[in-house]
Design a protein around this ligand. Structure first.
Ligand SMILES: [Zn+2]
Length: 340
């Protein structure tokens, strides 16, 4: 699954009705663009982690670049297998994400789609791993004259998406639904040292985007908006200072759950899709511990303090929780509630 050989033979063309939509944050596209710009004349690549929506559309949450022992050749890229295994396990353990695809660059080779070698590799990946689908990004460098002038990257990185499905001999072409800002998972993975922050100048990047507001399900929610990303960053930073095993998980219907643990056990905060209108359910060992109803003037810091108070009250010997106790109805509810 890690080799990409390129030949000049083009795979057979696909029809327009084979289009699919892939969602990804701007920040993750930027990571790929900068990795591509580091290798203007050789191939580079990495891996895509995320989940599949109900309709089988890929949602990329985290991107991985080339490992330290990856091989970069003129027309082939071989990922560092140990690096992928290690980082892949962490992406799964900490964020519940799956390895849903690969990306690699054709730098200035000109071919803006998978080569016949890439097609064979992708089909073999489906076969060997028992996957039903696999996503491939191919990146190209478009440059007026040369991509590098005096060691500065002057090109533009174009990224195209392709979907391979078991039983289908060729691929489907993707359109991007670009989510604003940084992926909360990407930001968290940076702090956890799973990936490195994007450094240096930002390489210009372009992708084919969905024309109108996307048809079909969209894994979008309050946490994809600027304020939501910043709010989560604050909550994540606070929790990491005080608790262990901090991680967040997002479902395609827009529910986000933040997990952490301390001496009292495993905690989770279930944010409703309509947050901050809806209440946040705080659970200890899957049982309701408190509900936090954000009021209009509640700041990020207030929210963090409320969470800390709930946890402290429950963990310390005896004192009663200061936040509303769950009602009996709440106690009888299933673990995750996205109604109300
Ligand atoms: Zn290729």
């Amino acid at each position: 699954m890690t080799a990409h050989g390129n030949t000049i033979h083009r795979p057979r063309p696909v029809r327009d009705d084979d289009l699919f939509v892939v969602s990804i944050h701007e920040g993750e596209l930027q990571r790929i663009a900068n990795w591509v710009a580091e290798y203007p004349r050789r191939e580079t690549g990495g891996d895509l982690f995320g989940f599949w929506t109900h309709t089988g559309a890929p949602a990329v949450q985290l991107t991985l670049g080339p490992g330290p022992n990856a091989r970069h050749e003129h027309a082939a890229f071989f990922q560092d297998a140990d690096y992928l295994r290690n980082r892949g396990r962490r992406a799964q353990d900490q964020y519940g994400l799956q390895h849903i695809g690969d990306w690699h660059s054709h730098h200035e080779l000109g071919l803006a789609e998978p080569s016949s070698g890439d097609v064979s590799t992708a089909l073999r990946t489906l076969e060997l791993n028992g996957f039903t689908r696999f996503l491939i990004f191919v990146a190209n460098i478009r440059a007026g004259e040369r991509a590098m002038i005096r060691r500065r990257f002057t090109g533009q990185v174009q990224i195209n998406a392709f979907l391979f499905e078991r039983g289908r001999p060729s691929f489907r072409r993707g359109r991007f639904q670009v989510l604003p800002g940084e992926s909360p998972t990407g930001a968290s993975a940076e702090r956890a040292g799973i990936i490195k922050p994007v450094g240096g100048e930002l390489a210009p990047v372009a992708v084919p985007v969905v024309a109108a507001p996307a048809a079909g399900p969209r894994p979008q929610g309050w946490f994809t908006e600027q304020w939501g990303t910043e709010f989560l960053r604050r909550v994540d930073a606070t929790c990491r200072e005080l608790f262990r095993d901090c991680r967040m998980m997002v479902t395609p219907d827009g529910a986000l759950t933040y997990h952490f643990s301390n001496a009292a056990g495993n905690w989770s905060m279930a944010f409703p899709p309509d947050f901050p209108d809806g209440e946040v359910h705080v659970l200890l060992e899957e049982r309701p511990a408190a509900r936090i109803a954000p009021h209009a003037s509640m700041t990020d810091a207030d929210f963090c303090r409320t969470v800390t108070d709930v946890v402290t009250a429950t963990t310390a010997p005896r004192p009663a929780p200061r936040v509303e106790e769950p009602t009996e109805a709440a106690a009888a509810e299933p673990e995750r509630s996205d109604v109300e």
